[in-house]
Design a protein around this ligand. Structure first.
Ligand SMILES: [Zn+2]
Length: 250
């Protein structure tokens, strides 16, 4: 929490400059700021560095980049972030398998809880029988205490079983959104909504992008899913072989 925010959400980020605060100057590392500027042909939108690391102005200080240029280059970069079809299908298959493994585990857990519920009910009945036969008040009180404990256990088990083996959403609902994003993050970026753009920035990159006025974007640090999906197919063949080993180990 003390570290620097990697993909910050800034209060002043606005519809006009979705990349503001997220792209840093390649020279000094300061996040670029943005502004509208009045020129001869009307208003123009710019991103620019206002960095003064150690009190000295960055060499790029105040030198602006047209919004269209910077955002256009960003879109080109994002468009390249499409995993190969092989990697994509492999990932989908692994997720499906994992999902099924989890479902199966949950089912087994639920069965175990059901069995112990039956045990609890049996014990409760036994104590009730003993109370009926007992004439010693101390014993009766002890049995009643036992029964109360069993009742509490039963409630706890009932709660557990209600949460067991029932995913909050179906596989399709859960992964459709995620996979549609992973298959093409650019599609979400061009949506009209700013929160979608922010989601792309936060999900696709693990740190601020760096932009150089003359050379464009530096190679970005992509988030884990994208860097994994980008691996070449040779790597994925090895994964396929691994999957052939029983029981599967992920
Ligand atoms: Zn700078």
């Amino acid at each position: 929490m003390k570290g620097e925010a990697k993909a910050p959400v800034r209060k002043d980020i606005n519809e006009d400059f979705p990349l503001r605060g997220f792209v840093a100057c390649a020279c000094c590392g300061t996040p670029l700021t943005a502004c509208w500027s009045r020129g001869r042909n009307g208003l123009h939108a710019y991103y620019l560095c206002h960095g003064k690391p150690n009190g000295t102005k960055c060499s790029q200080y105040g030198k602006s980049v047209r919004k269209d240029k910077l955002e256009g280059e960003f879109e080109a970069l994002l468009s390249d972030m499409k995993p190969s079809q092989e990697m994509f299908f492999l990932a989908a298959e692994i997720f499906t398998d994992l999902w099924n493994v989890r479902c199966n585990d949950a089912k087994q857990e639920a069965d175990a809880i059901r069995r112990s519920l039956i045990q609890i009910e049996r014990k409760t009945e036994q104590f009730l029988d003993r109370i009926a036969e007992a004439d010693n008040q101390i014993l009766i009180t002890a049995y009643e205490k036992k029964i109360r404990q069993l009742e509490e256990e039963k409630v706890a088990h009932d709660e557990k079983i209600a949460q067991c083996g029932r995913p909050l959403q179906s596989f399709d609902e859960t992964f459709r959104t995620a996979f549609s994003f992973l298959s093409n993050p650019h599609k979400l970026w061009v949506s009209d909504r700013l929160e979608h753009k922010r989601a792309v920035l936060k999900l696709a990159f693990s740190e601020r992008l760096r932009y150089c006025r003359n050379e464009g974007f530096r190679t970005p640090e992509k988030s884990l899913p994208f860097s994994l999906l980008e691996q070449n197919y040779r790597g994925s063949n090895e994964m396929v072989l691994l999957r052939g080993v029983e029981p599967p180990t992920y």
